[in-house]
Design a protein around this ligand. Structure first.
Ligand SMILES: Cc1cc2nc3c(=O)[nH]c(=O)nc-3n(C[C@H](O)[C@H](O)[C@H](O)COP(=O)(O)OP(=O)(O)OC[C@H]3O[C@@H](n4cnc5c(N)ncnc54)[C@H](O)[C@@H]3O)c2cc1C
Length: 369
């Protein structure tokens, strides 16, 4: 059993860590405050091809489509400094762009994949509705056939990237009855008449990440925009979410790592009772527990990613990785704030933001189906 990373994966971690520390970390607090992604960071992320991470180079991507561990490392390193960015690129890559590469036909790849991979368009995955959350099969947004088009009516909520997206994957009810066998995924260009962005959510955490309601009123989508076949939406959706869970696990892993490092740093600086607080065994126990949780999350996340690359069934591993990593992030954020004492509640320290962001991992991008 080889737990080592490849030279390429080590290099990708180094480059992404440097990039995240140089460009994302300095503006993360302000982005959180104004609840907007920084446009300069957005441009730099495009230049670095982080929107095309798991897409082949021939479609404008970075060519890591067979290296999910490398993709997880990118997501982790971005999440280590700012979860708003790791959810933005994570959702774009894992549940919109990669599914088009995986399930799309040549024409769809040519038309939709290239602008997505280059970051010219941002992608979103739209499943959740007001009455279809954990029960993903309860989708009510309808797709009615007329000639060689489908007419979409209804609305979606909580769509990550929804308000900034150029391309959507929309799960719709394409039959008469409420049945998982009558769901279809449509690729929708947000320029299409009848489409509009509704409420932008004002959230506890990942505040800079855009989470929006999306409204569809007689939105006409050509038949050729069906992804992976008519009535195949539920089966495809489950596979899309399997990959999405590895990504959420990596986001949470990064956040937990960020909390751990901030805690070690602070406990080596802060003095009470005439000594560094890191000398107290009570603090050392917390750090030891955090370190163990982070490593467990990392092993499960990389294992699920590795299984994906080996073309093995990684569904269960991905779910376990997401569960353990999201809980590790919550625990680490709690302990990090605790170690910072009263300062942990102040915006001067990133753990205040990490604490609010950590909850995201237990919900984002559909937890069950
Ligand atoms: C930041 C953020 C980003 C998101 N991004 C996206 C996105 O990009 N695309 C998208 O489609 N959705 C997205 N979502 C929606 C997310 O996937 C849903 O919130 C999630 O699926 C849960 O649905 P719900 O909120 O309606 O909760 P509900 O399903 O109403 O659940 C409420 C409670 O009941 C529990 N529950 C539900 N069913 C059962 C059961 N059978 N047994 C026991 N307990 C149960 C749940 O665990 C939860 O505690 C996002 C959400 C958030 C917060």
């Amino acid at each position: 059993m080889d737990f080592g990373l490849t030279e390429k994966q080590i290099m990708i971690r180094k480059i992404t860590r440097e990039f995240a520390e140089k460009h994302i970390a300095p503006v993360a607090e302000e982005s959180d405050r104004v609840s907007e992604l920084d446009p300069n960071v957005m441009e730099k992320m495009k230049e670095m091809n982080y929107f095309g991470t798991c897409i082949p180079e021939e479609y404008g991507g970075a060519g890591l489509h067979n290296d999910t561990i490398a993709f997880a490392i990118c997501t982790e390193e971005i999440g280590r400094v700012d979860a708003s960015w790791s959810i933005t690129t994570g959702v774009h890559c894992s549940v919109c762009t990669y599914p088009i590469y995986r399930f799309g036909n040549d024409e769809q790849k040519e038309k939709f994949l290239i602008p997505l991979a280059k970051g010219e368009k941002i992608g979103a995955f739209c499943l959740t509705e007001a009455n279809a959350g954990s029960d993903a099969g309860g989708v009510q947004l309808t797709a009615e056939k007329e000639g060689d088009e489908y007419i979409l009516n209804g609305s979606k909520i909580f769509a990550t990237n929804g308000g900034i997206a150029g391309t959507l994957l929309v799960v719709a009810k394409s039959g008469e009855i409420n049945s998982r066998k009558q769901l279809t995924i449509f690729i929708v260009d947000t320029d299409t008449p009848g489409y509009s962005v509704g409420v932008k959510e004002d959230k506890l955490g990942v505040r800079a990440s855009n989470t929006s309601e999306l409204v569809f009123q007689d939105v006409r989508v050509p038949e050729e925009n069906i992804l992976g076949g008519l009535s195949n939406g539920f089966r495809l959706g489950l596979q899309i979410l399997d990959f999405g869970r590895i990504t959420i696990a990596a986001q949470c892993l990064g956040l937990a790592q960020g909390c751990l490092e901030a805690s070690v740093k602070y406990s080596n600086e802060r003095e009470q009772f005439g000594t560094k607080i890191g000398k107290f065994q009570g603090i050392q126990w917390k750090i030891a527990d955090m370190t163990t949780d982070v490593e467990s999350a990392r092993l499960l996340t990389y294992k699920a990613a590795w299984m994906c690359d080996q073309k093995m069934d990684y569904g269960l591993s991905g779910s376990m990785a997401k569960l353990v990593a999201s809980e590790a992030a919550m625990k680490a954020a709690h302990q990090a704030v605790q170690i910072h004492g009263g300062y942990g509640l102040m915006k001067a320290y990133p753990v205040e933001r990490f604490f609010r962001d950590a909850k995201m991992g237990e919900y984002a991008v559909v937890s069950a189906a």
